[in-house]
Design a protein around this ligand. Structure first.
Ligand code: ADP
Ligand code: MG
Length: 398
């Protein structure tokens, strides 16, 4: 893929519009995790070092789209960003007014302007072309560095690009995500293993189908394993099951069988009699869980079997926690498998983790350092792995 990144371009004297993902958690006006802001720095710093002026655009949360709402204001982001950049970040208290237009027009080289939350304007999420053309009029180059929203065809993430046929690029963060996802889909070294967990089969169906052509083995854990175990005739007690997905689970099992790809379900599960960290715990074979008990984590035999498959893998893709990792008594399986990925990396292999909860798990358990690539995009990463072309990516490549 021709990457069209900012890397080899000089942006001297340009007014660059950058779509970032500043969708950070904010509690009572205070940013509780500034990871996404910090991740945007390399792109912004490169543009400033070249001698450009920079206009930043983002959304935050899900406002109604009917104007300003204090709880979704990007004002705290402007402040944090100026601390991190060590220079003033101008902030326009609005998106679509004369004030914004003149602030953008008067912006000098070396200056940074952040627009207020784009989703205060209804047109943004509708992909409105008029709104996209307005945003485009504020600058003369477009850079998309918002991987987290690359699966949305919004005005600022995709539609805007058509106004810059020869001046549109991926920022560093986007380029990094795409390079790694392309590798996972097209050039991962074998043996290649995918570990898929999380709560529901329904949210991962297309990923599972698409990976059948790529991987040598699939290890399934988490809540979604029980729908497969039930599809194979097992007894799963009160474990999470999507009854209406049992036929689909059978289909997926058949696809893997036909392709000769190993499909590994957890042999045993750590179960509890209530959905509670303090509940009584007991290990059962995953297909013989008594009524009244539910699988909360993969069991010790499952961990051992997953470990042995991972130990001989050269590439590993992991999405979805293997148990209810939020509860300390049921996070062991997720922790052990994360450590296995660490070992694969240490031995020269390539490891990747993505998904909102998976990344939270990896960070919470202190496993991120041992992983080659930790994706910043939950939904966007899953759609990429489904084989879809993301609108935000296509818009730059077109
Ligand atoms: P991601 O966001 O990484 O794609 P998911 O959203 O698919 O992951 O799944 C994460 C959720 O799955 C977590 O909240 C976790 O508690 C839940 N989960 C994992 N294993 C089980 C289980 N055995 N029973 C119920 N929920 C589970
Ligand atoms: Mg999730």
């Amino acid at each position: 893929m021709d990457m069209k990144t900012i890397k080899d371009v000089n942006f001297k004297d340009k007014k660059v519009l950058v779509r970032c993902d500043f969708n950070v958690p904010v509690k009572e006006g205070v940013i509780t995790d500034d990871t996404r802001i910090r991740e945007s720095l390399p792109t912004i710093e490169k543009l400033l070092a070249d001698g450009a002026s920079v206009i930043l655009m983002s959304h935050l949360g899900r406002p109604a789209g009917t104007g300003f709402e204090a709880e979704y204001s990007l004002a705290p982001v402007a402040q944090r960003l100026s601390e991190l950049l060590g220079r003033k970040v101008l902030f326009s208290n609005d998106v679509f007014t004369e004030v914004t237009v003149s602030m953008a027009r008067d912006l000098k080289l070396g200056e940074v302007l952040l627009l207020e939350n784009l989703r205060f304007i209804k047109g943004e999420t509708k992909g409105d072309e008029g709104f996209a053309s307005y945003l485009a009029s504020l600058g003369n180059v477009y850079v998309n560095d918002a991987f987290g929203t690359a699966h949305r065809a919004h005005s600022s993430t995709a539609i805007i690009a058509k106004f810059f046929p020869n001046d549109k690029y991926f920022g560093f963060l986007m380029a990094h995500e795409i390079t790694n996802l392309e590798k996972l889909l097209h050039s991962a070294e074998h043996p290649y293993t995918a570990v898929i967990g999380g709560s529901k089969v329904s949210s991962k169906i297309d990923v599972l189908k698409n990976l059948a052509d790529k991987v040598d083995a699939l290890l399934v854990g988490g809540g979604m394993a029980f729908t497969f175990v039930k599809a194979l005739g097992g007894k799963v007690g009160n474990s999470l099951v999507e009854e209406d997905k049992i036929e689909l689970a059978k289909e997926i099992l058949e696809v893997y069988k036909q392709k000769g790809v190993k499909f590994v379900l957890p042999k045993d599960s750590l179960c509890s009699n209530r959905f509670d960290n303090e509940a009584e715990r007991k290990v059962f074979p995953t297909d013989e869980i008594p009524d009244g008990w539910m699988g909360m984590d993969i069991g010790p035999e499952a961990v051992a079997e997953f470990e042995s498959v991972l130990a001989s893998s050269k590439s590993v893709l992991w999405n979805g926690p293997l148990g209810v990792f939020e509860m300390s008594n049921f996070s062991e399986g997720t922790l052990q498998i994360g450590r296995c990925l660490g070992k694969v990396t240490e031995n020269g292999g390539y490891t990747a983790v993505g998904g909102g909860d998976s990344v939270a798990a990896v960070n919470r358990l202190g496993l991120a350092k041992g992983i080659s690539y930790v994706s910043t995009g939950g939904g966007a990463m899953l759609e990429y792995l489904e084989g879809k072309v993301l609108p935000g990516v296509a818009a730059i490549l077109e």
